[in-house]
Design a protein around this ligand. Structure first.
Ligand SMILES: *[C@@H]1O[C@H](CO)[C@@H](O)[C@H](O)[C@H]1NC(C)=O
Ligand SMILES: *[C@@H]1O[C@H](CO)[C@@H](O)[C@H](O)[C@H]1NC(C)=O
Ligand SMILES: *[C@@H]1O[C@H](CO)[C@@H](O)[C@H](O)[C@H]1NC(C)=O
Ligand SMILES: *[C@@H]1O[C@H](CO)[C@@H](O)[C@H](O)[C@H]1NC(C)=O
Ligand SMILES: *[C@@H]1O[C@H](CO)[C@@H](O)[C@H](O)[C@H]1NC(C)=O
Length: 526
């Protein structure tokens, strides 16, 4: 990466831009104001960029996918007019899957100050680089993640996206996000460091035992909430970002259910089946608990949040079971996952995220994994536009035609009765809350509660849970000198759930809430 040349060029460009401001722009050297934008601080460059360009011009453009050394890909960049790329597979160290080098040759720059900024992506990794110099550049991939990635790259190639170069500041600001997805000790410490820095999470180590080994299922009841926090691997990274944008200190949830024989079950949306699909499932407690302790490689931290006895008394077990059975085997609700936190235009994106970046990620994903993308958001966006079957580029055009902006479109609330092509699907927390709704916990306001608008935090701050610690089961937080108001049953670090058990539900709850780090303050009655 051109890191060494970076500083001297910044100075040069700042100098040029000062000159440009004081003398007007009358000279005829090949120099354009757009070219220096990436070199300005993001706070300065971003507003200028937004004024100069229409949102659609800012989206990444796909220039090609490179899968072998024989098939070179050629394209015209924004700065360099002639570019070629090819892929070389290698296995120097005899590792299991080997790695590769992507070669990119840039030439014919239109000016001496311009640069091209690229994002390189497979479904398994995303990275980026920028080029100032006309020469051959390389991008080394030390090792493919697994056989699936190697096969993917052989058949589909690494996708290359040309970004508007003014996005550089944004990508640099996202630098500490990339290692979050790595399933290693490094990945785990990146997640912890990120949550400490951006959310003020503490991650204090608990005394041993880190597993509650004496759980009596007699003390667990239908409706008890399981808050889960994963800090490692792909789910860990995903949850870290979700926690950060929503201000939630847990990334996943499930719910306990007892049957008429007193057997304990766990209902979960996002349970991985043998085929690797995430579905809605009801599994015996013993199986679920065994899996979390021994097979879940995301280092899960788990807390049991028992319902308050008065709330439990309202919980209609047969209605809950009826709902859970009706959802059995249905897919995890990717559709509405991102929409639950985008309620207001200004106040939901921690910088450097913004609606434009959301659109950029969607654009890239659309190209790399079209089927997933359709599932994750195309259908949901169509619902919001009142259209059917449009793909992402068509959605962007239709949005402008209807006089909406993309950020406005994202804030239209989800309706619980929207039916998607794969049937009703719910995210993990929507599944639990819809069960609460069916079981009667929201009483007479149930009709004005849209559970898909709730984040996990919105769920655990509900005043539904046990508030008297002396009534928590004996085996709760055993051996810990700090007495938590809930029952942590697994994890090396003490879980924290700020705002736990404090808010009575009200009609239209969470449909207009801002969420900005590091405080994530709720406005009243949002
Ligand atoms: C690339 O070309 C070489 C010889 O020109 C050929 O043997 C090889 O099979 C080709 N590889 C691919 C992936 O097409
Ligand atoms: C191969 O191993 C050497 C020494 O351990 C290391 O420096 C190098 O980065 C490795 N190369 C790849 C492609 O992993
Ligand atoms: C588990 O419970 C049993 C019986 O209630 C008790 O004898 C045993 O000491 C407990 N073990 C721990 C580790 O608390
Ligand atoms: C509980 O739910 C079932 C099934 O929906 C219903 O038939 C029953 O009347 C409900 N019980 C109470 C006490 O509301
Ligand atoms: C718990 O909540 C109930 C009603 O919600 C209230 O009456 C009681 O005082 C609370 N107990 C504690 C220890 O805060």
């Amino acid at each position: 990466m051109g890191a060494c040349s970076w500083r001297s060029r910044t100075v040069l460009a700042l100098f040029l831009s000062l000159l440009f401001c004081s003398t007007g722009f009358a000279w005829k050297v090949p120099f354009r104001p757009n070219d220096v934008l990436p070199l300005l601080p993001r706070q300065v460059s971003w507003p200028i960029l937004n004024r100069l360009k229409s949102p659609i011009d800012l989206l990444p453009s796909f220039v090609g996918a490179v899968s072998s050394s024989n098939a070179t890909v050629e394209w015209k960049g924004a700065c360099f007019y002639e570019n070629t790329a090819w892929m070389e597979f290698k296995n120097e160290n005899g590792s299991q899957w080997g790695g590769g080098t992507l070669h990119i040759k840039t030439s014919k720059a239109h000016s001496w100050t311009c640069m091209d900024l690229y994002v390189f992506a497979t479904p398994y990794r995303v990275t980026w680089d920028y080029y100032f110099l006309a020469r051959e550049h390389t991008l080394d991939i030390k090792e493919w993640e697994d056989e699936a990635e190697l096969e993917y790259v052989k058949h589909n190639g690494i996708s290359i996206f040309l970004m508007e170069s003014g996005m550089l500041g944004t990508l640099m600001a996202l630098w500490d996000v990339l290692p979050l997805f790595s399933n290693t000790g490094w990945g785990e410490s990146s997640n912890i460091a990120f949550l400490k820095k951006h959310m003020g999470a503490t991650f204090e180590q608990r005394p041993q035992p880190w597993v509650s080994n004496n759980i009596s299922i007699n003390d667990i009841h239908s409706g008890d909430f399981l808050a889960i926090s994963k800090i490692r691997g792909r789910w860990g990274g995903f949850e870290t970002l979700e926690k950060w944008v929503t201000g939630t200190f847990a990334g996943h949830t499930s719910v306990c259910l007892k049957d008429s024989d007193g057997q304990l079950w766990v209902g979960e949306s996002g349970h991985e089946n043998e085929k690797g699909e995430d579905i809605i499932a009801i599994v015996p407690w013993e199986e679920w608990w065994e899996f979390e302790q021994t097979k879940d490689d995301s280092n899960p931290h788990i807390a049991l949040l028992p319902l308050h006895p008065d709330v439990r008394a309202k919980f209609n077990e047969s209605a809950a079971w009826e709902y859970a059975r009706s959802m059995l085997g249905k897919p995890y609700g990717y559709h509405n996952m991102i929409f639950s936190w985008i309620d207001t235009i200004e106040d939901n994106y921690p910088p450097p995220l913004d609606a434009h970046l959301v659109a950029s990620v969607m654009t890239m994903w659309n190209k790399i994994q079209p089927a997933y993308a359709a599932n994750m958001w195309n259908e949901a966006l169509n619902k919001r536009l009142g259209t059917e079957g449009l793909d992402l580029p068509e959605i962007l055009v239709e949005t402008e035609r209807q006089g909406l902006s993309f950020d406005k479109l994202l804030t239209i609330p989800e309706q619980d009765d929207w039916l998607y092509t794969d049937g009703k699907s719910t995210s993990c927390v929507a599944f639990v809350l819809e069960m609460y709704k069916q079981a009667g916990l929201f009483d007479q306001i149930a009709d004005s509660i849209q559970v898909t608008e709730f984040t996990i935090k919105d769920a655990y701050i509900l005043k539904f849970f046990e508030n008297d610690t002396s009534r928590l089961p004996q085996w709760c937080n055993k051996g810990d000198d700090v007495k938590l108001p809930f029952c942590q049953i697994l994890g090396k670090y003490r879980m924290e759930l700020p705002g736990y058990n404090t808010l009575q539900p009200y009609a239209q709850m969470n449909e207009r809430c801002p969420s900005l780090p590091p405080e994530y303050e709720r406005s009243r009655e949002c």
